[in-house]
Design a protein around this ligand. Structure first.
Ligand code: GLC
Ligand code: MG
Length: 553
């Protein structure tokens, strides 16, 4: 493999991830190069200039490995190969080579908690006898009850129903997600060695980092004890996620795995990093995943879950920054991803939701640390709520009625009709249909329109890259100072170390009346046009703006 084309943008900037903006690509729905209705690696490669011009630093690609696609590729059958619907390894090498040439880094998704049931290891485990080394790679157990007819414990699948499925010889295997996603046994050294080797495989191909799927799940409590509550009692276990103790999540020994992974990442040049999708009972426990001997980042899902109010955002920002300060790592902000309804819709949908989403973007991008964008948020896409049931693909849908398909609809690029340039010219297919109302939301329709959400993101991202108050490396509360503000308003400054350089003020109006902003300096970007009252500038309702002013004092 040529190292020239896969060299990351700057080998010297090992801390690039501390203040990066990372754009999450849901590969199947980003861009389709071959017209089969599914996004692919060549589609990403073709659109890399769009992402460079948008002003992001890196891409996180959701899984593109060989997979039966029961859970959109989070069911991996071969961790060292590309699924044919997405391309092949040569396409991957070409894509990462182009990305690096354009100064973009590539983070790939690694799924260590479970494999697909089509993975050779699981196929072998099913063919082997209870107690065999093949079964020891997964969590096979005998059942309870007189004839083992009851699951080994009371654990519930995140996708609904019991977390155990029985195999023909009578044993049961654990799957915290779909039955097609058997959980690996991370107490087995063979599993650990295998994944360390998989990390090296992709690091050797030039990836700049990993997003670790279900990073809190790999170790289960010894003896697999009952949780003691189930959906049958009216309180599903999933309600404890991130709020309570669960014997299958956030066990202390999971940290041993990351302490073994970190030296592997550090042995490669250029700042290879890892970000955890982890849920823990408290922010303190979440912070344990990050630090110099474990992972680099953990998503701040409290920020994603914050409701639209000044108090709610103020609280989660303070908590996240305080934790970051303790561990000396930057905070990792995120508003949307492929598992949650898009924030336009969470904040009220329609014009109100869009206004608030635009304001939230300016809030997030002004905060210290790293920000993750989810594809399409720069277009102000709403959640698609009216997908016909028969087209839904989320495995959770059948069991819970919940679906994550509405945020996974292919991106609109251009044109008047679905799928809006998602595939090659004239191609009409897309694996999920885009709404007929999205023509005005396409990249082409928004480009050059200063009032568009796309141009707002472009403007904000370009300021973020260039402004001394936003480019400083930060490890927590360092450069954020809250300003006194009336109820329903958040205002804070970011300040660069360099004497004489202007400070940046971010003001967000969550209240139900416009507010005066004369004292904050010159507005440099706003999510909605500022108003005027008695000759003074006013920030409207559900809006945010960035101001620049000389450093005080
Ligand atoms: C993570 C992924 C989600 C997937 C699940 C199982 O939560 O983000 O999409 O379904 O893990 O792998
Ligand atoms: Mg395709």
């Amino acid at each position: 493999m040529s190292t020239a084309s896969t060299a990351p943008p700057s080998d010297t900037d090992a801390n690039w991830w501390r203040s990066a903006v990372v754009y999450q690509v849901y590969v199947r729905s980003f861009a389709d190069s071959d017209g089969d209705g599914s996004g692919d690696l060549n589609g990403i490669r073709d659109r890399l200039p769009y992402l460079r011009d948008l002003g992001v630093d890196a891409l996180w690609l959701t899984p593109f490995y060989r997979s039966p696609m029961v859970d959109g590729g989070y069911d991996v059958a071969d961790y060292r190969d590309i699924d044919p619907i997405f391309g092949n390894l040569a396409d991957f090498d070409a894509m990462i080579g182009t990305a690096h040439t354009l100064g973009l880094r590539i983070i790939v998704d690694i799924v260590p908690n479970h494999t697909s049931d089509a993975h050779p290891w699981f196929v072998e485990a099913l063919a082997a006898a209870p107690g065999s080394v093949e079964r020891e790679r997964y969590l096979f157990r005998d059942g309870r009850g007189e004839n083992g007819e009851l699951p080994p414990n009371d654990w519930e699948s995140i996708f609904g129903g019991p977390a155990w499925t029985r195999v023909p010889d009578g044993q049961w295997y654990l799957h915290l997600f779909d039955p097609a996603q058997p959980d690996l046994n991370w107490r087995n050294p063979e599993v650990r060695t295998e994944f360390e080797d998989i990390l090296r495989f992709w690091l050797d191909r030039g990836v700049d980092g990993f997003r670790i799927d279900v990073a809190h799940g790999m170790i289960k409590a010894e003896g697999l004890p009952d949780v003691g509550r189930t959906s049958a009692d009216g309180s599903p276990q999933i309600a404890l996620l991130g709020r309570g103790r669960l014997p299958y999540f956030d066990q202390d020994e999971v940290h041993d795995i990351y302490r073994a992974w970190r030296p592997i990442l550090d042995s490669y040049p250029g700042g290879r990093m890892a970000v955890a999708e982890a849920w823990a009972e408290t922010p303190q426990r979440l912070a344990r995943y990050i630090g110099p001997d474990e992972l680099h980042q953990a998503f701040s899902f409290d920020f994603l879950d914050a409701t639209w109010s000044a108090d709610s955002f103020h609280k989660v920002i303070d908590t996240a920054l305080a934790e970051s300060t303790i561990v000396g790592a930057p905070t990792t902000w995120v508003l949307s991803n492929h598992d949650k309804p898009r924030h336009v819709t969470r904040y009220g949908d329609g014009p109100v939701g869009l206004r608030r989403a635009r304001a939230a973007a300016l809030l997030m991008l002004a905060l210290p640390g790293c920000a993750y964008l989810y594809q399409g948020e720069e277009l102000g896409l709403p959640e698609v709520l009216d997908l016909p049931d028969e087209l839904r693909q989320d495995p959770a849908f059948l069991r819970t009625g919940q679906t994550r398909d509405g945020c996974r609809v292919p991106l609109p690029w251009s044109g008047d009709l679905p799928p809006y340039g998602f595939g090659p010219q004239g191609c009409e297919s897309s694996w999920l249909p885009a709404p007929t109302t999205w023509a005005k939301l396409s990249v082409a329709a928004q480009t050059g329109d200063p009032a568009s959400t796309l141009e707002l993101y472009r403007a904000a991202l370009h300021i973020r890259r260039a402004h001394p108050a936003l480019t400083i490396e930060d490890t927590g509360t360092g450069s954020l100072t809250w300003l006194p503000a009336e109820p329903g308003v958040l205002a804070f400054t970011r300040t660069a170390d360099a004497p004489g350089s202007p400070e940046l003020v971010c003001v967000v109006n969550f209240s139900d009346a416009p507010i005066q902003v004369a004292g904050y300096g010159n507005s440099i970007v706003a999510s909605a046009p500022l108003g005027q009252q008695d000759g003074e500038p006013m920030l409207p309702v559900d809006a945010a703006a960035w101001f620049e002013r000389p450093q005080l004092g």
